[in-house]
Every structure is written in structure tokens, then in C-alpha cells.
Design a protein. Structure first.
Length: 364
């Protein structure tokens, strides 16, 4: 789950990471009531990267300009995402822009802290052109994360001595947030030094681990509240053949079958291992919500998933949707019972996935 910038900055504030003064406005708010007498930055609260470049960051220096820019943002889509909220911040006099992030390095199996004095731009670009400007530190999670580690990082980056303490303190607190919230990534880009030498997190990104949600109370966060909780992995795509499989590998292979037949998948839907009839029913209903779907390709290799359970789910849903075109390929645990259930309801099945795919496309 991704947090909005204003949500991430609220967390920063609570933890003592300095953020610019700000207030939040929503689309339905009456902006004429807002008094404004300083330069501000209007920041669209969308969950896409590269907002600035996509026109999601605007500036205003008086009330009229502020209302005009806010309306402009509310009427805009940033990389396809509608703007519902705008974070209005005091505009700070930026002297320097730094970069800091913490991610999970899956290869090293450790958190990785990345710091660079080249902030404000894409870090990928810095990595390519000035790799020596990037400092990386793998955290040993078996040892306490002590302040000297953060100081070591900023000293490596050769920060001037008057900045070392303040920037190191932010890195130290950022790691605390990363660890305590079970984040998969936290980022401040840019971390700014103002003309007066003050340090602020001018932007804030926090991605939380959905699988750790049970350990936390995430209810307050917008994306969490709006998220549909599905008991399977579902990714909507732009084709017209819904692909349902069990296991990510088999589902991906099923998508290949559809692609090889010259058609495009409408989704990737992995019902996972051991799915029962109820999950299969929910999965079919989910794909049928997408009005582009012309046919459904169901590919099940029974292991802990039982073919009879899958068949029961299919039968239930197809009773309600007699006109939908589909193909079933089913093998493995309780295959015979599963097939019998399908046969009793006149539902054809295949043992070869290529064959099942071909038969489906032929019907369309
Ligand atoms: P992003 O494009 O989604 O990463 O949005 P950011 O919040 O990082 O803002 C993009 C850019 O806008 C920053 O790199 C700054 O150059 C500029 N910006 C943001 N806030 C301020 C501010 O308070 N003062 C000034 N001068 N520029 C700002
Ligand atoms: Mn940014």
C-alpha cells in the first residue's frame, strides 16, 4: 500500500522529521475562505511517481493565483489519476536538494539505505551518470540501528559539517519509521537544505507491506480504506480474455497461451493454492465485472487445490451467466470428480492448455 504524501508527512512530523508548514484542501472545499499571504507550492496528492514533471506541482504567490492553480489541478489527471486532494505548502527557498531512501534489498536480504547529494532528480539518472555520488549502506537487522551509522553515511557523502548532524538525524528517524511500520520503501526526494541552512523533507514516499497489515492499524490511510480486499491476486489488463489460474507461474503461462493465439489477456488472476469453491466464485464474478471481457480461460493444475472445488465454483457462476464464453483446462487432485461435476452441467474441459485456449478463441 502506498501512502499519500500528506499521510507520509504526518508520520514524519510525529517522528520529528521536519516538514514544511502545510494544509490540505479537498475538491469539495470552498477555497474562497482560505487566507493566503505567502508563496506556496500546490502539490497534487496522487500516488504516481514523477508528479512534478507530469504537471502535478504548481506555485502561487497570492490568493487569486492560488484559487486558479488549485482549480487547474483539480480538473487535471496526473498520469491517469484524478486529483482529489492538494497539499498546500509554504514555498521554501531551496539551496540544495539531497536524496535519501530505504528499500528492502531482496538479494542481500537486508534493508538498504541509499543517500545522494544529487537529489530532486530521478535517482536512476544519478546511478547512471554519477554512480560515485550514491552512498549505499546495508543494515544488519540483528544489531541495533545506532545514530553513528546515519552519521557514517552522511560523512561518506562529504556533507559540510554544519549539515551532518541534522541530516543524520533525519536518516536515523527515517529508518525507525521504515522498521516500525513494516515499510517496503521510504523515500525523501528532495531532502532540502534552505538558504538559512535548515533541513526539510520536501517530499515523502512511504510504501507499506500489505502482508504486515495485520500487525498494524492502517485503517486511517486512504488507499487502505478504499482497497477492495480480494482473496486472490488480481491485476486488470487491457485485453478481452480473462485469465484465471492457480499459482503465478501457471497463470503467466496461461497468459502466454492467449498471447500466442494473437489475443490479449483482460487480467491476471491467480486464485492461489488450496482455493475453495467460494474463492473460485468470487474470482469469476470479479472478472465478469470488467465489461471488456469476451471470454474466460481457466487453467487449473490441482495440487493442494482440488479440481472438484474449482468445478463447483465454476458451475455456480456459469449457471447465472449462461452466455459467457469460456474454456476450462483442469488436471490433478480430484480431477475425475471435478470433470464429472463439469460434465453433469454440460461444461467442456481440456487437458491441454493450448487446446483449451484454441477452443476458447474459436468460439469468439
Ligand atoms: P515529485 O515530482 O512527485 O517527486 O514531487 P516533489 O514533491 O519532489 O516536487 C518536485 C519538485 O518541485 C522538487 O524537486 C522541487 O524542485 C520543487 N519544489 C517542491 N517543493 C518546493 C518548495 O517548497 N520550494 C521550491 N522552490 N521548490 C519546490
Ligand atoms: Mn519527489
Amino acid at each position: 500500500m502506498k501512502l499519500h504524501e500528506y499521510e507520509a508527512k504526518n508520520i514524519f512530523k510525529e517522528c520529528g522529521i521536519p516538514v514544511p508548514e502545510s494544509f490540505l484542501v479537498s475538491k469539495e472545499d470552498d477555497l474562497t475562505n482560505i487566507d493566503l499571504n505567502k508563496d506556496v507550492v500546490l502539490k497534487a496528492q496522487v500516488l504516481v511517481g514523477g508528479r512534478g514533471k507530469a504537471g502535478g506541482i504548481l506555485f502561487a504567490s497570492n490568493k487569486e493565483e492560488f484559487i486558479k492553480k488549485a482549480e487547474e489541478l483539480f480538473n487535471k489527471e496526473i498520469k491517469g489519476e484524478k486529483v482529489e486532494k492538494i497539499l498546500v505548502e509554504e514555498k521554501l527557498p531551496i539551496e540544495k536538494e539531497y536524496y535519501v531512501s530505504i528499500i528492502v534489498d531482496r538479494d542481500a536480504k537486508k534493508p538498504l539505505i541509499i543517500f545522494s547529494t544529487e537529489g530532486g532528480v530521478d535517482i536512476e539518472e544519478v546511478a547512471e551518470k554519477n554512480p560515485e555520488k550514491i552512498i549505499k549502506y546495508h543494515v544488519d537487522i540483528k544489531k541495533p540501528f545506532l545514530p553513528y551509522i546515519a552519521r557514517w553515511i552522511v560523512k561518506e557523502a562529504k556533507l559540510p559539517s554544519n549539515e551532518i548532524g541534522k541530516v543524520a538525524d533525519i536518516i536515523y528517524k527515517l529508518y525507525k519509521i521504515f522498521k516500525e511500520l513494516d515499510a517496503t520503501m521510504v523515500e525523501i526526494n528532495p531532502l532540502i537544505i534552505t538558504k538559512n541552512g535548515d533541513v526539510y523533507a520536501a517530499d515523502a514516499v512511504i510504501h507499506l507491506d500489505d502482508d504486515a497489515a495485520f500487525k498494524h492499524n492502517y485503517e486511517g490511510f486512504e488507499e487502505y480504506k478504499n482497497k477492495e480486499k480480494l482473496p486472490f491476486a488480481y491485476v486488470e489488463l487491457d485485453g478481452d480474455i480473462a485469465v484465471i489460474g492457480n499459482g503465478a507461474g501457471l497463470t503467466l503461462a496461461s497468459m502466454d497461451v492467449i498471447n500466442n493465439l494473437g489475443r490479449k489477456p483482460a487480467c491476471f488472476l491467480d486464485i492461489g493454492g488450496g482455493a475453495e469453491a467460494e474463492t473460485v466464485k468470487l474470482a469469476l464474478k470479479k472478472v465478469l465485472e470488467n465489461k471488456n471481457v469476451k471470454g474466460i480461460f481457466i487453467n487449473i493444475l490441482g495440487g493442494i487445490t482440488r479440481c472438484d472445488e474449482v468445478a463447483k465454483g465454476i458451475v455456480d457462476v456459469l449457471k447465472e451467466h449462461p452466455n459467457i464464453k469460456f474454456a476450462v483446462r483442469m488436471m490433478g487432485t480430484n480431477e475425475e470428480i471435478g470433470r464429472k461435476i463439469l460434465e453433469e452441467h454440460g461444461i467442456p474441459y481440456e487437458t491441454s492448455m493450448e487446446e483449451a485456449g484454441r477452443k476458447l478463441i474459436e468460439q469468439l
